[in-house]
Design a protein around this ligand. Structure first.
Ligand SMILES: *Cc1c(COP(=O)(O)O)cnc(C)c1O
Length: 447
């Protein structure tokens, strides 16, 4: 075993050493990749060290280096050293945080992370937390708690009677909500006809003054961090109006919520502490490995009523049953990596990491402003640019960069126009990474 793990550690270290210089992405077809790692299931088993060395060699051309300081596509965090090491131990320990009896250790890590996250985001100390695969499932969990709560207030026992015949629920969303919100609602039996879609401003923020009149069971779903512009809805103002009418306020804060952890940026998230549920990601801006999201909820009883595995667990004497707070039963003990990330950074380190990404985004926008059109107000970690006011040139610039291998970014459509989307989410991005991005963009756009 020791030999296998040593060999694996050597492979991991050499990957990380090369992450800053190897091609960020290469074109590899699925058929080539499948062929490279062996298309047929062997009849006889293969020695583990050989399996691992062959695997690492075979998949190598198809690895996209999102954690080497030169990746600006989507909103992808890198990996902090302590979080990576804790993630290795998580697999080694093979803990299942679904039930306290299966891992008091994982329950303790979840409880500490719950407290630390509530502290970092200035939430009440009694908020509940569930550790999910990502913000998709965190949105699902928060909206499930919301659905339970607004129906209970209307006198409807959802867990007993189900959704058939229930009072209709209205979900108020912004035009610029993330696609995972619609998918979470779909899983919850709430369709497009139940949405009240609110106008947004030029940065994609829901307009508080455009909220519809609220009547009956209503969930208002706000956003902290638009995937294109980084803009954050005026959550406080929306929450005040929505609460006045008895609605539940959810925040999709996959990455934008992290601004709350910075004294310099906190004003952007003003009012999130007055929401009823907040979804965020660990694997984006906190820079822990995939998979990790978090649902935070101001109403633990609604959170647990919506998700708990069985009513038989109601008396628990202070234990934490992980399966009360996520839609899963058995799962990965994700909180060990969150714990390691938070402790290795400390409160000040988290704030500095978030502030650094935002300062880097502003610097990128300033340096590109001459040759490119910057489409958004760069208030967070996102920069949207366009080449020669031309959709086709903009797309070709992205394609050239994606093939070049030096760096990576993707395209989007913002207010009807094709744009390049730059996201600064990897803690490993430094001045050299920014130089590489600016140079690659300038060269590709000229060509
Ligand atoms: C990334 C993102 C999600 C989905 O998160 P996953 O981690 O991919 O599940 C939801 N909302 C917003 C605003 C996001 O940026």
């Amino acid at each position: 075993m020791k030999e296998l793990l040593d060999a694996t550690a050597t492979l991991a270290a050499s990957y990380l050493e090369q992450a800053g210089t190897r091609p960020v992405a290469r074109s590899a077809s699925l058929a080539e990749m499948v062929e490279a790692i062996g298309a047929e299931l062997p009849d006889e088993g293969v020695d583990p060290t050989t399996v691992i060395e062959d695997l690492a060699r075979g998949v190598d051309p198809g690895l996209v280096v999102t954690n080497g300081g030169r990746f600006f596509g989507f909103v992808e965090g890198g990996v902090l050293p302590a979080a990576l090491a804790a993630d290795w131990l998580t697999s080694t320990w093979d803990q299942n945080p679904g039930f306290y009896a299966l891992s008091p250790a994982a329950a303790a890590a979840e409880e500490i992370c719950r407290r630390w996250l509530c502290d970092l985001f200035h939430l009440g100390s009694a908020w509940s937390a569930g550790f999910t695969t990502g913000a998709q499932l965190a949105n699902f969990a928060g909206l499930a708690a919301a659905r339970h709560h607004v129906l209970a207030n209307a006198g409807w026992d959802l867990e007993q009677r189900g959704l058939f015949g229930a009072p209709p629920i209205t979900v108020v969303v912004g035009q610029e909500r993330h696609a995972t919100v619609d998918r979470a609602l779909r899983f919850l039996g709430i369709g497009r006809d139940q949405l009240a879609i609110v106008d947004v401003d030029d940065q994609g923020r829901m307009r508080a003054d455009a909220l519809p009149a609220i009547d009956g069971p209503t969930i208002v779903c706000t956003q902290a961090g638009n995937v294109n512009t980084g803009a954050i809805d005026p959550v406080g103002e929306i929450a005040d109006r929505a609460h006045h009418a008895g609605a539940w306020v959810h925040v999709d804060g996959a990455f934008g919520l992290w601004a709350a952890a910075s004294p310099e940026l906190r004003h952007l998230t003003d009012g999130v502490e007055r929401a009823d549920s907040i979804a965020t990601d660990g694997h984006k801006w906190l820079n822990v490995p995939y998979d990790c999201g978090v649902i935070l909820c101001a109403h633990p009883e609604a959170h647990r009523a919506a998700l708990r595995l069985s009513a038989d667990y109601l008396v628990r004497n202070g234990e934490r049953q992980g399966s009360d707070w996520t839609p899963e039963s058995s799962r990965r003990a994700r909180a060990f990596a969150v714990y390691a990330a938070l402790r290795s950074l400390g409160r000040r380190g988290v704030a500095e990491m978030i502030e650094r990404s935002c300062a880097q985004a502003r610097r990128i926008a300033e340096r590109l402003a001459g040759d490119f059109e910057v489409l958004n107000d760069v208030t967070l970690n996102q920069v949207l640019i366009r080449v020669g006011n031309d959709d086709d040139r903009t797309r070709r610039t992205a394609a050239a960069i994606q093939h070049g291998g030096e760096t990576w970014l993707g395209t989007t459509v913002w207010q009807g126009r094709t744009a390049l989307r730059i996201s600064v989410s990897d803690h490993a991005i430094d001045d050299a990474g920014i130089d590489t991005l600016v140079r690659a963009l300038t060269t590709a756009a000229e060509a």
